[in-house]
Design a protein around this ligand. Sequence first.
Ligand code: NDP
Length: 448
Amino acid sequence: MSEFDFDLFVIGAGSGGVRASRVAAAHGAKVAVAEEYRVGGTCVIRGCVPKKLLIYGAHFAEDLKDARRFGWNVPDCGFEWTTLRDNVLGEVDRLEGLYGNTLNSHKVEVIRERATVTGPHGVKLASGREITAKVILIATGAWPIVPEIDGAEHGITSNEVFHLDECPSRIVIVGGGYIANEFAGIFHQFGAQVTMVNRGSDLLRGYDEQIRDRLLQISMTKGINFRFNAKMERIEKRDDGTLCLHFESGDPIAADIILFATGRRPHSDGLGLETAGVELNEKGAIKVDEYSRTSCESIYAVGDVTDRLQLTPVAIREGHAFADTVFGGNKRKVDYSCVPSAVFSHPPLAGVGLTEAQAKNQYGTVKVYTSDFRPMKNVLAGREERALYKMVVDASTDKVVGLHMIGPDAPEILQAAAVAVKAGLTKQDFDDTVALHPSMAEELVLLK
Ligand code: NDP
């Protein structure tokens, strides 16, 4: 008989928490997971999944238009936000059910309550029940940051955007990162007038400069408005219910919706972590070692709450590696090198490895190959939009150290190419591969 109620108690049933629970249970551990909201976490409930479905929905705007050039007789089509919204939310419900089934089939006890830490081996549920566990895993994710300006309560975040009663005709999106660019594309395609407000002069810091510039140029051509170096002052709610964003200088912008996409803070507040001596960094992220162990021996943390790389597949790997290490007798670390990522903007962009600037810093001399082309489909559709692929190569070894692209299906293409970059293949290896014609991806093996 164990001296604890559970071998593992997980707080948070998102991507990292669910994977850790299920794998630890498969290794024979007695596991419980507490979730105060919905099983599935940010990715499934109010992030990647519903966002991607909205992206698909948004794409029809241009696809239906282009279809006419391909001979289809497409009458004027209307778009109904509520139909898409309800179907997306229905799919989210279905997936939440599947996540719950997975946990049940692995005999993980799911406790639908908020849980807080009371010590190295103790947790307390909102109902007052006290539970002990040999190991505790914190997987509580992150939460949108709302800038501190007067009237900020009139704005929304990505938590609310999937539930809007109607599609706005004017939307202001604050921020220039992942969420801002993705929703700018979505609402623009749904016919809204979109203005992106950025505190600096750069979009998508961290991505390759040429690719970011191409997104900006395409977005502007499509009709998305930008306000750079903007200092917000306050949001005013007018009598007719509309909003107005005021700046320290420059004209105010009127909108139906103001969406804050200004980063996400680790969700570590009020969890009682101090009772177990779990240390946080200056951003509120839980400090962990390479095995996801915190400053308290029996408490671990994975996913966005640790703010290593705020990406779902990374949280899943961290959860899996934790479970294998602690319960599977297989000590494993996560390899954070060459993690591919994508922004599902319109068009999407994706990258893996080093940007040109990073590679120059690291290797000194690099060779850069680009292909700047108009995809065949865009040509026939009469669409000027060009794709850009960029390969960064270490000049001394011929090794491909970075691959970056913007254009239709860029994330789908990059995922496959990321295998080659991760494996350390050379430019010559790409050149030695025969092109698959006609495709956009063939540009990768034809770079000159
Ligand atoms: P990002 O970190 O991508 O971008 C935040 C943006 O907000 C930046 O442009 C930043 O400007 C700006 N900003 C930050 N604070 C303020 C402020 N106080 N006032 C005005 N602007 C501000 O965050 P997101 O919210 O877009 O996304 C959160 C995270 O979620 C991402 O980092 C990503 O890891 C993940 N995510 C991943 C997706 C994917 O994989 N496709 C999709 C969506 C989210 P500056 O550049 O000056 O700092």
